[in-house]
Design a protein around this ligand. Structure first.
Ligand SMILES: *[C@@H]1O[C@H](CO)[C@@H](O)[C@H](O)[C@H]1NC(C)=O
Ligand SMILES: *[C@@H]1O[C@H](CO)[C@@H](O)[C@H](O)[C@H]1NC(C)=O
Ligand SMILES: *[C@@H]1O[C@H](CO)[C@@H](O)[C@H](O)[C@H]1NC(C)=O
Ligand SMILES: *[C@@H]1O[C@H](CO)[C@@H](O)[C@H](O)[C@H]1NC(C)=O
Ligand SMILES: *[C@@H]1O[C@H](CO)[C@@H](O)[C@H](O)[C@H]1NC(C)=O
Ligand SMILES: *[C@@H]1O[C@H](CO)[C@@H](O)[C@H](O)[C@H]1NC(C)=O
Ligand SMILES: *[C@@H]1O[C@H](CO)[C@@H](O)[C@H](O)[C@H]1NC(C)=O
Length: 405
């Protein structure tokens, strides 16, 4: 028994104190030091032609590179990701070209040969499903689909009004242009964009770790009338690919800690080998503004599919930058299940993700959890260590004694 306990204690589950100590020493300072060398700015690019078009440019500059994020609600909401290997690259917009039926070349990042990576994400449709008769939480689709809302046919606010350069944030808020049932009379779909000038975690769960050059998107559906009593919502996301393969979707397992109670997974989409782009999110959404464990909903992601044959609404900004010959892979995110909390509680749904270029942030154990582990496991661990030493020494004395004899 004692031996079993000893083996269990050392072998599988409880890390030994030295390992913990080294983990603590290597993990903790990372979060404290960070890389504070990026200069991050956020600006709305004014439309010289005076039409109400939203173009938001986030620029993250360090000694050797510039990352550009260009968000727009011209067409369906979309973001371009462009990484360059110079601190001096610039975005140039030709509005008359961008707003024309053939926008190719309307957006460029110069110098062109400094571009190391570029891609785009387009949010094409908002789905709604009736989950009344669906008991299987993993069913796809998660209920009877209602006609989807095309996000290309939404009208969006003037983002200048929501721009906050101090916290590097802006919000695209929209509703359908044609809404015969007045479902969005009191509601909206919002895409809140936030850039960061230093690494850290947002105050709101799921508190995903971000670095200084990443960008967070929070999608909030609020106040819209659902078409059924048990409506689940979903979002269709299209990613641009330049090779023959779709970006890869990965699921990483993480340790349940103070930042994300009860969420053991991190989903990650990677466009390719580094340097490349990534999208990270925890598979959880919230049905209340103050999202806590009680209002957490599961978020399911479908596998990615090539969509050669399937008509996606065109994004003028994507076409302006990449030209008209593009391949897209799409996937669906669905939020919630027919049982448990849902949008129906408060007509509220919030989901967030992180977008970036370069190596994705790697979550480490929080210092608090490390501290608790060190205290909780440290004391018995030290006792085991002491016990082991005693056994070893006794054995040694014993053999020396035998040897002398
Ligand atoms: C958007 O709002 C800003 C500031 O309120 C204003 O200067 C600008 O003209 C507006 N743009 C449009 C297209 O209405
Ligand atoms: C910038 O590039 C130079 C030369 O390639 C390299 O020595 C330097 O470490 C880089 N600086 C940063 C901050 O990456
Ligand atoms: C924008 O594009 C049009 C059409 O190609 C061109 O005639 C015009 O000169 C361009 N404007 C600028 C400012 O480059
Ligand atoms: C759910 O099932 C009941 C009984 O089978 C049926 O009457 C009802 O129409 C179904 N509702 C939906 C939305 O499919
Ligand atoms: C919108 O809100 C008003 C006031 O709160 C309410 O009277 C009205 O019924 C609501 N409309 C819809 C479609 O929910
Ligand atoms: C929603 O629930 C109410 C009350 O339970 C019921 O009368 C109504 O028929 C339901 N509506 C739908 C669309 O299922
Ligand atoms: C996303 O969901 C819609 C509606 O259920 C479906 O038509 C489409 O094929 C799905 N796309 C993917 C990539 O699963």
């Amino acid at each position: 028994m004692g031996c079993m306990a000893l083996r269990w204690g050392w072998g599988c589950c409880a890390p030994n104190p030295m390992l913990l100590l080294s983990l603590f020493l290597t993990a903790a300072p990372f979060g404290l030091l960070g890389e504070e060398t990026h200069q991050v700015s956020l600006e709305v690019i004014p439309d010289e032609l005076g039409s109400p078009q939203n173009l938001l440019h986030i620029r993250a500059v360090d000694a050797n590179s510039t990352l550009h994020y260009v968000w727009s609600s011209l067409g369906p909401p979309a973001v371009l990701l462009v990484a360059t290997n110079t601190p001096h690259s610039a975005l140039s917009v030709n509005w008359s070209l961008l707003l024309s039926p053939e926008p190719d070349g309307g957006l460029v990042v110069l110098p062109k040969d400094s571009i190391q990576f570029s891609s785009a994400l387009v949010f094409t449709r908002l789905f709604e499903f009736d989950s009344t008769n669906t008991s299987d939480a993993a069913a796809t689709p998660p209920g009877k689909p209602y006609p989807p809302y095309s996000l290309a046919e939404f009208s969006w606010n003037n983002i200048t009004d929501s721009l906050d350069p101090a916290i590097l944030s802006a919000t695209f808020r929209g509703h359908p242009m044609h809404d015969p049932n007045r479902a969005f009379a009191n509601g909206s779909l919002a895409f809140r964009i936030q850039a960061f000038s230093r690494s850290g975690r947002p105050a709101q769960p799921p508190r995903l770790l971000h670095t200084a050059d990443t960008c967070q998107l929070e999608v909030v559906l609020a106040g819209a009338s659902p078409r059924g009593n048990r409506s689940l919502f979903g979002l269709e996301v299209a990613t641009l690919t330049q090779g023959p393969d779709c970006p890869s979707m990965q699921e990483q397992h993480s340790i349940d800690d103070e930042y994300s109670p009860a969420v053991f997974q991190l989903n990650q989409l990677l466009w390719g080998s580094l340097p490349s782009g990534f999208m990270q999110w925890r598979p959880v959404a919230f049905s209340q503004k103050q999202g806590g464990r009680e209002s957490a909903l599961p978020c399911q992601a479908s596998p990615l599919h090539f969509t050669l044959a399937y008509p996606l609404p065109q994004s003028p900004v994507v076409q302006a930058f990449f030209g008209s010959q593009n391949n897209f892979c799409t996937f669906n995110l669905t939020f919630g299940a027919s049982t448990g909390p849902g949008y129906w509680d408060q007509r509220y749904l919030r989901w967030s993700m992180l977008l970036g270029m370069g190596p994705p942030p790697v979550d480490t154990l929080s210092p608090l959890v490390l501290g608790i582990m060190a205290v909780a496991l440290g004391a018995p661990g030290l006792m085991l260590l002491a016990g082991g030493l005693v056994l070893l020494l006794r054995h040694k004395w014993h053999s020396e004694y035998q040897y002398i004899n």
